[in-house]
Design a protein around this ligand. Structure first.
Ligand SMILES: Nc1ncnc2c1ncn2[C@@H]1O[C@H](COP(=O)(O)OP(=O)(O)OP(=O)(O)O)[C@@H](O)[C@H]1O
Length: 359
């Protein structure tokens, strides 16, 4: 059985998603205004324009879609949208909406100007989609009363509200849903310098004495993700409290993260064992996903969904039509000499977007 069978967040220090306990801790660290929100300059400017214009017209803002990997600040931005509009925030998620009735119940309790944050909107049940379309476009839901031939649809007018949808990829959304958003913003991975600012801010709130070189060390291992940066900071703080004088320097951060097996690029044990098997057992590939999974004693889903996305993004692993391949950077990162006749040399069809997943 895989050590990563359960929720990714529960078992991984460098996983992107968070469980309920972590979300409670995170609430303390959330920026409350656009100006407090670090990085994502373009998106911040766009959002600020959308919100300022709506306020100037005295209207609710258009529906907003936010896309990007977990932990980059979509929930935080939804909260900021509500705060900047001076509106109450309501929260739901795709997985919570199994039937049209679930959605109708939420929508019918919404007030004028409310902001409805809809997390993982791409996971909304089909049965509720139509209802969502009319709610977003016409601020109306048709509530069906009765069954069979005698069923009638009673239109229910809704107050104007702003829906803020979050998704990990806009491509996962049906076209008609995507089209109903007036503004779509994409969140990119953060640069290390931006993560250093996130860390400095969090350290202030958590009353951790974080030196600049300490922040630099943690930022480099945070996989471009504020959630991971904050999580690593909390672990480093533990170490600094127990083993040092509570001050987080680069040395302290390095020692702490070595104990937690997070390396200089932010790879953990699973990531490294995948790369190491690929290079050492299979000469750098190409090798099929199933074979690679067996070599690291993990489920193929774990390798594919937990380890690979970041390895691909970090340019360490490529998915090709003939299988997984280690890039020169992978050999170098593992401290191995890059072989002369490496498999990547002749690969013209690198699938860097990871769409080819069944080799
Ligand atoms: N730009 C930022 N500046 C400062 N802190 C940030 C920023 N973005 C995210 N954070 C912090 O990172 C943590 C995770 O952010 P958030 O919950 O908004 O991510 P998310 O994209 O909604 O993730 P998920 O998709 O898993 O819900 C929060 O504690 C938040 O305060």
């Amino acid at each position: 059985m895989s050590m990563f069978d359960n929720d990714e967040a529960a078992s991984r220090l460098v996983g992107g998603s968070a469980d309920a306990d972590e979300r409670a801790v995170e609430a303390v660290l959330r920026p409350r205004t656009l100006s407090e929100f670090v990085g994502q300059e373009r998106l911040r400017e766009q959002l600020s324009l959308v919100l300022d214009a709506a306020r100037a017209r005295g209207h609710t803002a258009d529906h907003i879609l936010l896309s990007g990997p977990p932990g980059l600040g979509k929930t935080t931005l939804a909260m900021i949208v509500a705060a900047e509009m001076g509106a109450p925030l309501r929260i739901t998620s795709g997985p919570a909406i199994q039937h049209a009735g679930d959605l109708a119940a939420i929508l019918s309790s919404i007030g004028e100007g409310d902001v409805l944050f809809f997390d993982e909107i791409h996971r909304t049940a089909r049965a509720a989609e139509e209802l969502l379309y009319t709610a977003m476009e016409d601020f109306r839901v048709d509530v069906v009363v009765g069954k069979g031939p005698g069923a009638t649809a009673i239109p229910l007018e809704l107050p104007r509200f702003t829906l803020v949808g979050a998704t990990t990829r806009t491509g996962l959304l049906p076209g008609p849903l995507r089209d109903r958003f007036g503004f779509t913003g994409h969140l990119d991975l953060y640069e290390p310098a931006e993560l250093q600012r996130v860390l400095a801010r969090s350290a202030g709130l958590l009353e951790v004495e974080l030196r600049e070189d300490g922040a630099h060390e943690i930022a480099g291992r945070s996989r471009g993700t504020p959630r991971i940066a904050n999580r690593l900071l909390r672990r480093v703080r533990d170490f600094a409290q127990v083993r040092a004088d509570s001050v987080v320097t680069a040395d302290i951060a390095r020692s702490a993260l070595e104990i937690f097996e997070v390396d200089t690029m932010g790879l953990d044990r699973l990531d490294r064992s995948v790369l190491s098997a690929l290079c050492k057992n299979f000469g750098g590939g190409p090798v099929g996903l199933g074979t690679l999974a067996v070599a690291v004693a993990e489920e193929r889903e774990t390798v594919e969904e937990v380890a690979e996305p970041f390895l691909v993004r970090a340019g360490l692993l490529a998915r090709t039509p003939r299988g997984r391949v280690a890039t020169p950077a992978a050999w170098t990162h593992l401290g191995l000499a890059v072989p002369q006749r490496a498999p990547f040399a002749g690969e013209a069809e690198l699938d860097l977007f990871g769409t080819n997943d069944d080799n």
